[in-house]
Design a protein around this ligand. Structure first.
Ligand SMILES: C[C@@]1(CC(=O)O)C2=NC(=C\c3[nH]c(c(CCC(=O)O)c3CC(=O)O)Cc3[nH]c(c(CC(=O)O)c3CCC(=O)O)/C=C3\N/C(=C\2)[C@@H](CCC(=O)O)[C@]3(C)CC(=O)O)/[C@H]1CCC(=O)O
Ligand SMILES: C[S@@+](CC[C@H](N)C(=O)[O-])C[C@H]1O[C@@H](n2cnc3c(N)ncnc32)[C@H](O)[C@@H]1O
Length: 252
């Protein structure tokens, strides 16, 4: 019998935000695979480092985080075959993904290569917009609000067209300055909150108006464009109620 392929969402950073199911599968899987950028350590692995055992085989998947898909596609082909070899031996493989695996997660590219050949199970994780809203003490959507999730790499015209109602802008990194300037031009600075590395010790959550310069990839903007949201003044209130750094009790 072949092993099972698991896509494990490990949440936004705080190990306490791992689900019980992800913890159970993580600690019982004989093989654990995870994405890693081509410079630096794997964020997904760092979240669960305190739960891993030396008895588990680890497969790091070094994904070149580039706009062109070609190099990444070859990496996923090779990683899928390495994972398939373990599954053929009857060993389960847990693939880690920060946040949720089916929400801009690299796991999807392994899933599309393996799911028709092997039993698969996805364990959803706490996605970063949910964690950011929690840390910013700012409800994301209510009543008939439409919530739009927008990738920062979109050009200004495409971005501006999507900025309606409640919005989340992800993948900021080198696009941050341009995105912030656009939000300022549209007169939305006082309705926007900057959220960096939420739920981690080095978290920063503050009004976008107070942030300038560069932002890391693990950051996002929460905002609102339109008439007053159903929960009146929630972005302005949030700046007043700025939260303290999260109390982390997890092991990593
Ligand atoms: C091209 C670009 C834009 C874009 O997102 O489209 C992009 N990543 C970029 C930068 C970047 N990404 C990361 C860092 C390190 C930050 C740090 O460590 O501080 C940096 C910064 C850097 O490298 O400088 C880490 C990272 N990325 C993803 C995860 C989660 C996961 O793996 O699930 C993690 C955590 C992994 C871990 O656990 O460690 C996921 C995705 N990133 C992808 C692409 C897709 C995969 C590639 C593919 O298959 O083609 C996918 C799956 C998203 C998707 O497909 O929607 C953009 C570069 C160009 C630009 O800036 O515009
Ligand atoms: C490729 S997407 C992966 C999303 C992830 N699968 C999820 O469910 O949240 C990466 C983007 O998620 C956001 N992100 C992930 N973790 C974050 C964190 N702890 N703090 C702030 N933003 C985060 C950033 O906008 C980052 O550019």
């Amino acid at each position: 019998m072949t092993g099972t392929l698991y896509g494990l969402g490990v949440g936004p950073g705080d190990p306490e935000l791992l689900t019980l199911k992800a913890h159970r599968i993580l600690t019982s899987a004989p093989v654990v695979a995870y994405p890693a950028p081509d410079h630096g350590a794997s964020f997904a692995r760092s979240i669960v480092a305190g739960f891993l055992s030396p008895r588990q085989e680890e497969i790091p998947i070094v994904v070149p985080m580039r706009v062109e898909r070609f190099p990444a596609a070859e990496v996923y082909d090779r990683a899928a075959e390495a994972i398939a070899a373990r599954l053929d031996e009857g060993r389960d493989v847990a693939v880690l993904c920060e946040g949720d695996p089916f929400f801009y997660g690299s796991f999807m590219y392994l899933f599309e290569r393996l799911a028709d050949r092997y039993p698969s199970e996805i364990v959803p994780g706490v996605a970063s917009p949910m964690a950011a809203a929690a840390r910013a003490l700012t409800p994301l959507a209510s009543r008939n609000d439409v919530l739009t999730v927008i990738p920062g790499p979109l050009d200004d015209e495409a971005l501006a067209a999507k900025l309606t109602g409640a919005f989340v802008i992800m993948k900021l990194g080198r696009h941050f300055d341009r995105v912030r300037a656009l939000i300022e031009r549209l007169g939305l600075l006082d309705r926007a909150i900057y959220c960096e590395r939420v739920t981690l010790g080095e978290e920063r959550v503050l009004p976008l108006a107070e942030v300038s310069g560069v932002a890391p990839y693990f950051s996002m903007i929460l905002g609102y464009r339109g008439d007053e949201p159903a929960i009146a003044g929630r972005y302005r209130q949030a700046s007043a109620r700025r939260s303290e750094p999260t109390d982390r009790k997890g092991p990593a």
